[in-house]
Design a protein around this ligand. Sequence first.
Ligand SMILES: C[S@@+](CC[C@H](N)C(=O)[O-])C[C@H]1O[C@@H](n2cnc3c(N)ncnc32)[C@H](O)[C@@H]1O
Length: 200
Amino acid sequence: MTALRYPSAERNRGPILEVLREWLPEEAVVLEAGCGSGQHALHFAEALPGITWLPCDLSDEAVASATAWREQSGLPNILPPQRLDAASERWPLEQVDVIYSANVIHISPIEVMHGIVREAGRRLSPGGLLMLYGPYLVDGKATTESNAAFDRSLQGRNPSWGLRDLDDLTARAADTGLLREAVIAMPANNFLLVFRRSQL
Ligand SMILES: C[S@@+](CC[C@H](N)C(=O)[O-])C[C@H]1O[C@@H](n2cnc3c(N)ncnc32)[C@H](O)[C@@H]1O
């Protein structure tokens, strides 16, 4: 099993961790949809020992990499990584405190964004959080020329990929009972979005 290294995950994990420290409760179970290399799981589980992290991904290579990082680390608060198609209705946990997904919904068909929002609405515990990291369209437009170019390149690679619109995402989340609590500006023209399920 190969533990993959994504330079982007090494760059953004520090700033993301700072936001997680602020928003996550001391103890919680986090399901990560689209864990990629598994480096985020490793970094965050190491820094936040009260958090139990479940890395999941569609790709067998990603699951194998996250498994390799977990085994090398010996960290008790990373659960065995699982294969998950986030567009599907078959998720590994019935209920979860936090769903986290970074750089996934623009590099996959729109059904993946729909699936994550739908299952967050169904599975988040009362007061639970959906946290989505990546670039977004604001008022239907990319926030910078480099993000516009990135959007075009994604659509060139796969017409079903592309930056997602913040208002569309927010409206869809509201339909499932998730209210947007924060849009946090992150380095490199990304945002970390925080949605919360009501306490009821
Ligand atoms: C650009 S990588 C991001 C990985 C990691 N979250 C990070 O930020 O470094 C996108 C990941 O989403 C995964 N992915 C794509 N479609 C998915 C789906 N339907 N369900 C779960 N994961 C998916 C890919 O396999 C890939 O590992």
